[in-house]
Write a protein that binds this ligand. Sequence first.
Ligand SMILES: [Zn+2]
Length: 248
Amino acid sequence: MVEVILEGWRAAAGDLLLGSRCPGCSTAAWGLCLACRDQVANHRPTLTRPDPCPAGFPRTVTSAPYDSVLRGAITAHKERQALGLSRYLGERLAMSVQALLALEAGRTRGRRIAIVPVPSAAAAIRARGYDATWALARVAARRLAGGSRIVATRALAQRRGVGDQVGRSAAERAANLRGGLVLRRVRPPDLVVLVDDLVTTGASLTEAARVLGAAGVEVLGAATIAATVRLRRPRERGGGLEIGHLEG
Ligand SMILES: [Zn+2]
């Protein structure tokens, strides 16, 4: 009995001494290990579109495919409050936003841009203890260093009664969300970039773009950290973030 307790204590002390585990590959590391960071760093932002693509889906840039590394990191950040990952994930999100802004440079000149997170259900935020997507939106806005030109704004909220999207099919997600988002009473943003950690069926981004558009708010497009759908090859030009026009 004493042996068992000691064993448990040693394991706990070991975790403390060695640090926790990498959320991407479970090796002992503080936060995401270098190998996992390298794996994600191989990916550049690219346009993505779900298949099938919902009508009204906004033009969306993602930073990487939703592989085991990003799945581990996004889940740890959202579900286990691994706040040390906010900066890393927020910077990946900022890369996507920056690529979208570069693609749409003609529409952004001289305008204030609001980075608006797709809202989670209030109950989910309460249960998790914090709003992960909002945290990432704020990091991304700071990282883009646009001064007061680029700000994060919680312009959207979920109505009560909208359930979590996890575990639902594409059709169920769309039905669950329809009419589920509302524009909050904040200063109307000039030009919006929607952000989310992940794009899967596209239902959340499509509904968010619809609600903003119906209120007369111009949506430039959307940016995510990862996408579960197949990626379209970027037409790389000089190794920068330029990703060209890829549709069609
Ligand atoms: Zn790792």
